[in-house]
Write a protein that binds this ligand. Structure first.
Ligand code: ASP
Length: 329
C-alpha cells in the first residue's frame, strides 16, 4: 500500500516536471549563451551573432549572448561546453573544427561524437586567399611567382592548428609546394589587423569577414576556394584556385550549434525549432549572402543530418590531415 502510494507520488512528480522543463525554458532570469571559441569580430563570431539575433526573434525575444572563449585552436571554448551544465543555457557555436581538431590535437579533452548534442548547421562560408596591401603581387599568378621567389621568408596567419584558416593555408602551401611560416592567433580578427598593418604576408579566411576589407582595398584578394566564382559583387573578379590550375582545390566552412550531452529532449526540440526558423529569416539569409556565404536550409538543420555531415567531413579531412602530419597539443 505504502509502496503504491510512493509510486503514484513519484509518477505525478515526473509528469509535472516534464512539461515544466520545456515551458520554463529558457529561465526568465537567465540568458542563453553561445560560446564562440574564436575572437570577437572574426567570421565564427559574426555568424554566431547573426544566428543569435534571428533565434532570439524566433523564441519571442529571449536574450542570447555571445561569449568568446578563445585559445588552443578553438578547443578551449568547445571543451567548456562539453563540460557545461546541460540545461540549454550554455551552447557552443563553432565550425569545421568539430571535424578537424580531433585529428590535429594530440590531447583533445572532449569527444565530438559523445560529448555534444547536435542542434543543426546554419551557414556555409567560402574562403578567400588574401594578402597584405603592400604585397607587390596583383594577381594569383603573380602571387605564385612572388611566393616562389621568396621561399623561406613568407608567413601566413591563422587561428591555430586545425582552424579553418589553418586548413586552408595548409592546402594552399601544398598546392604551391612551398612551406610558409604559420603565425597563429586566437581568431582571424587579430590576424586581419596584422595583415592590414603589414606584419604578416598572407591569410586564408572566410569571405564573410574578408569582404569588407577587400571592398575597402585594405587587403589584396587573390583567390576564392570554391569550385566556381562567387556571385557576390566583391568577389566576381577573384578567380578560383581551380581556374588557376590547382585542380581539386576546394574548401568550404560550415557552422553550427551544439549543446552539452544530456540536455533534455524538450529543450533540444525548442532550440532546434528556433534554429530552423532562424535560418529561413530573410535577415539572416541576407547577412550571409552579403559576405558571399549561404544559409543552410536542408536536412543538416536537423540533429541527425548535422551529426551525419560532421561524420562525413571528418572522414573527408582525416586522411588529408594525417598526410600533412601537422599536430599540436
Ligand atoms: N575563421 C577562423 C578560423 O580560421 C576563426 C575565427 O576567428 O572565426 O577558424
Amino acid at each position: 500500500m505504502m509502496f503504491a502510494r510512493l509510486t503514484l507520488i513519484a509518477a505525478a512528480t515526473v509528469a509535472a516536471a516534464l512539461p515544466a522543463m520545456a515551458q520554463d525554458y529558457p529561465a526568465a532570469n537567465k540568458p542563453i549563451t553561445f560560446v564562440v571559441p574564436y575572437t570577437s569580430g572574426g567570421p565564427t563570431d559574426k555568424a554566431a551573432r547573426d544566428l543569435a539575433q534571428s533565434m532570439s526573434k524566433a523564441m519571442g525575444g529571449v536574450s542570447i549572448v555571445i561569449e568568446n572563449a578563445t585559445g588552443a585552436s578553438g578547443s578551449i571554448g568547445a571543451n567548456k561546453i562539453a563540460k557545461a551544465a546541460n540545461d540549454g543555457h550554455s551552447l557552443l557555436f563553432t565550425h569545421i573544427a568539430q571535424a578537424t581538431l580531433p585529428t590535429f590535437l594530440r590531447n583533445i579533452p572532449y569527444k565530438v561524437d559523445t560529448d555534444f548534442e547536435f542542434l543543426g548547421l546554419v551557414s556555409e562560408n567560402p574562403m578567400n586567399i588574401i594578402g597584405r596591401p603592400s604585397l607587390p603581387a596583383n594577381s594569383l599568378p603573380e602571387l605564385v611567382k612572388w611566393v616562389n621567389d621568396n621561399k623561406g621568408k613568407v608567413n601566413i596567419g591563422n587561428a591555430g592548428v586545425g582552424s579553418a584558416s589553418h586548413m586552408c593555408g595548409m592546402l594552399f602551401q601544398s598546392a604551391l609546394k612551398v612551406d610558409m611560416t604559420p603565425v597563429p592567433y586566437r581568431g582571424t580578427a587579430p590576424a586581419m589587423t596584422d595583415l592590414i598593418g603589414g606584419q604578416i604576408d598572407l591569410m586564408c579566411d572566410q569571405t564573410t569577414t574578408t569582404s569588407q576589407q577587400v571592398e575597402g582595398k585594405k587587403v589584396k584578394s587573390y583567390a576564392v576556394t570554391t569550385a566556381k566564382r562567387l556571385p557576390a559583387a566583391t568577389f566576381k573578379d577573384t578567380p578560383t584556385m581551380q581556374e588557376a590550375g590547382f585542380k581539386d582545390f576546394q574548401i568550404t566552412i560550415w557552422q553550427g550549434l551544439y549543446a552539452p550531452k544530456g540536455t533534455p529532449a524538450p529543450v533540444l526540440k525548442k532550440l532546434n525549432d528556433a534554429l530552423k526558423v532562424a535560418v529561413k529569416d530573410p535577415e539572416f539569409i541576407k547577412k550571409q549572402e552579403l559576405g558571399g556565404a549561404v544559409a543552410i536550409i536542408d536536412q543538416r538543420n536537423e540533429p541527425a543530418g548535422h551529426k551525419a555531415y560532421v561524420a562525413q567531413e571528418t572522414a573527408k579531412w582525416t586522411p588529408i590531415i594525417k598526410a600533412a602530419g601537422v599536430y599540436a597539443d
